[in-house]
Design a protein around this ligand. Structure first.
Ligand SMILES: NC(=O)c1ccc[n+]([C@@H]2O[C@H](COP(=O)([O-])OP(=O)(O)OC[C@H]3O[C@@H](n4cnc5c(N)ncnc54)[C@H](O)[C@@H]3O)[C@@H](O)[C@H]2O)c1
Length: 413
């Protein structure tokens, strides 16, 4: 089957995944309806103001003004679509277990409006079986009576926000479907947008592959975070060790230590895996251990930073530089800097923060770099963050990013 002729695509969820997909589809001729339950976001988008860094206002405005894109809160708009992709969050609940409430509500929302022959694809990350055991039964039970045939696939999104190289088009797309006709339709849809589509035998394989990819990152980050602590205790610079090991041309991939892991994916998705393992009578001990090492990093970083302060200062002033979970984005979801701040405060520190991409964080406002402090922690090196003055003032800095090592007063994690 050749790439599908663009028609109308509905995308449920207009966030870091849904909006770039919408723009990529518009680029190749699809007419896109972006459904989002958050009214203020829909108004913002329709006013031509992009809520995410990877999509510029100009790109969004061009798509809107040529009539190729519109956001709405109204699920009934999906009745015009030949393809519907679900891109809603899949977070953890308070027990740190999968919370599929938003995914269920998206499936429930679209179900009455799916037309005959619609292809429904889930791009949200979840455990194996989510498409088959949750999404499909909801849609089949609520779809209109005349929608006799609906096609289904799982195609987990792999987008990496802030990445200037890899995007929707050039990142190969995994697709797994419940039957051959669905597979062919999903292949044709993604071939219209992506350079390469990788077909797998079932949706469960696609879902599990996504969990493996992100768990791979979690455990490697945990390994290097643990290794950092061993190196520090042994008086060795971990970055020099990583650089040295990276000279091996095969069998090694470098990861860098940091304050922990953040964002909507790496700290979350592996816990979908550990939960799924438990449902099947197993235990993902290795992953659980990695999760626990990463969770202990903010405390380790707080202790290291406070260790740089003159012990006679009872309530040191600590400036955290960069609170987003990674450079280049203003996304603070699951940022480990939150725990870092808690640990610092718990130990009596007065804490302020600075991040050029984050206007407000957890109800507090940033300070500028002139804020008088006893120590600074470079947690996330944001583009445009100029630390020259801070260094010139002789402020001690714990660099968790390996981006200013060698400067006077700077200690490496
Ligand atoms: N952010 C990433 O880097 C990334 C990368 C790959 C995969 N994913 C996965 O993609 C999915 C979406 O993540 P995201 O980062 O785009 O989330 P996001 O929070 O940026 O965007 C999701 C949007 O969905 C909307 N929404 C929530 N429930 C809804 C519903 N029932 N109906 C309509 N709209 C609804 C929200 O208002 C929000 O605007 C998750 O499963 C995530 O794990 C994310």
């Amino acid at each position: 089957m050749s790439a599908q002729q663009p028609q109308t695509l509905a995308i449920i969820g207009q966030g870091y995944v849904g909006l770039p997909l919408a723009m990529a589809a518009v680029d190749v001729g699809w007419s896109v309806i972006g459904v989002d339950s958050f009214e203020a976001k829909v108004s913002q988008i329709n006013a031509g103001s992009s809520p995410i860094e990877d999509i510029s206002d100009a790109q969004l405005q061009a798509a809107i003004s040529k009539g190729a894109y519109k956001a709405t809160t109204d699920y009934s708009a999906v009745s015009q679509a030949s393809v519907i992709t679900i891109c809603v969050p899949t977070p953890l609940n308070e027990k740190r277990e999968p919370d599929l409430a938003l995914l269920r509500s998206a499936a429930t929302g679209i179900a009455p409006y799916v037309s005959n022959e619609t292809l429904v694809v889930s791009e949200s990350t979840s455990y194996p079986g989510t498409l088959r055991d949750i999404i499909i039964p909801i849609i089949n039970s609520l779809k209109p009576e005349d929608s006799s045939k609906i096609y289904f696939a799982s195609a987990p999104e792999r987008v990496n926000p802030g990445d200037l190289v890899w995007n929707q088009k050039n990142t190969p797309r995994l697709v797994g479907s419940t039957d051959e006709e669905s597979q062919q339709r999903a292949l044709a849809f993604y071939e219209s947008i992506c350079d390469a589509v990788v077909l797998v035998s079932t949706p469960e394989v696609a879902e599990a592959a996504k969990l493996l990819e992100n768990t791979f990152r979690l455990v490697n980050i945990a390994l290097v975070n643990e290794f950092t602590q061993l190196c520090s205790a042994g008086g060795i610079n971990v970055h020099e060790v990583i650089d040295a090991a990276s000279s091996k041309p095969y069998g090694f991939m470098s990861f860098r230590p940091g304050v922990g892991v953040g964002g909507h994916c790496i700290p979350v998705d592996p816990l979908y895996l550990t939960w799924w393992a438990r449902q099947n009578g197993g235990k993902a001990s290795f992953v659980e251990s990695a999760d626990s090492i990463n969770h202990n990093m903010p405390k380790y970083v707080a202790d290291r930073a406070l260790g740089l302060v003159d012990p006679s200062i009872r309530n040191p002033k600590v400036l955290i530089l960069g609170v987003a979970y990674k450079p280049g984005v203003g996304d603070v979801r699951e940022t480990p800097v939150s725990e870092l701040r808690n640990h610092l405060k718990h130990q009596g520190a007065e804490v302020a923060w600075h991040d050029p991409l984050v206007p407000v964080w957890e109800g507090s406002n940033p300070v500028d770099l002139a804020w008088d402090c006893d120590v600074a922690i470079l947690a996330t090196k944001q583009p445009g963050m100029n630390l020259t003055q801070l260094i010139a003032r002789g402020i001690k800095i714990l660099d968790c990013t390996n981006s200013i090592s060698g400067e006077t007063g700077v200690s490496s994690l």
